[in-house]
Design a protein around this ligand. Structure first.
Ligand SMILES: [Zn+2]
Length: 165
């Protein structure tokens, strides 16, 4: 017995009826979405997308970190991305704690995380503005590329536009 048996069994079923879409790894709708790892978010479903349409980048808090920028550069120049939506969400765990809180919590398990930055979100609007600016002003992405920000409401399923070009 493995803790992954359920997944392997589900995949065996999935593969039985799987049909190769013959898509490439390029984003068919030219879109990248940066969103949170929150398990309530179905990025494809809520935006009317299907597999193959978009690059989905997820992390805690939908933050534009160095690794997100690195991935966006690859997505734009190699994989057909022409527009980026940054999409944090309501009721985000990252807006309920500070980095200090997280360090204290992990310390209770005997783990010292002080060398990690968690990019917690004390002010969601300010964090989103900061992250959009980070994408807009990086020298590595095309000037004038459409960049949007919107907050997904996990209780209504609605997207609240914050910065739509
Ligand atoms: Zn979240």
């Amino acid at each position: 017995m493995s803790p992954f048996d359920d997944l392997l069994a589900a995949n065996a079923k999935y593969a039985e009826t799987f049909e190769d879409s013959h898509l490439t790894g390029r984003a068919a709708r030219g879109l990248a979405v940066v969103t949170c790892m929150d398990s309530r978010i179905d990025p494809l479903g809520l935006l009317g997308l299907k597999p193959g349409d978009a690059k989905i980048l997820r992390n805690a808090g939908a933050r534009v970190t160095d690794d997100v920028l690195r991935t966006l550069v690859l997505a734009v120049y190699l994989l057909g991305v022409e527009r980026v939506l940054v999409m944090p969400h309501t009721d985000c765990g990252m807006s309920k704690v500070t980095d200090t809180d997280v360090h204290e919590l992990t310390q209770q398990s005997g783990v010292d995380t002080r060398s990690l930055e968690f990019h917690t979100v004390p002010d969601q609007g300010a964090a989103l503005e900061h992250d959009l600016t980070r994408i807009r002003t990086t020298p590595f992405l095309p000037e004038g590329m459409p960049i949007a920000g919107a907050i997904y409401d996990v209780h209504t399923g609605k997207l609240l536009p914050v910065a739509i070009p």
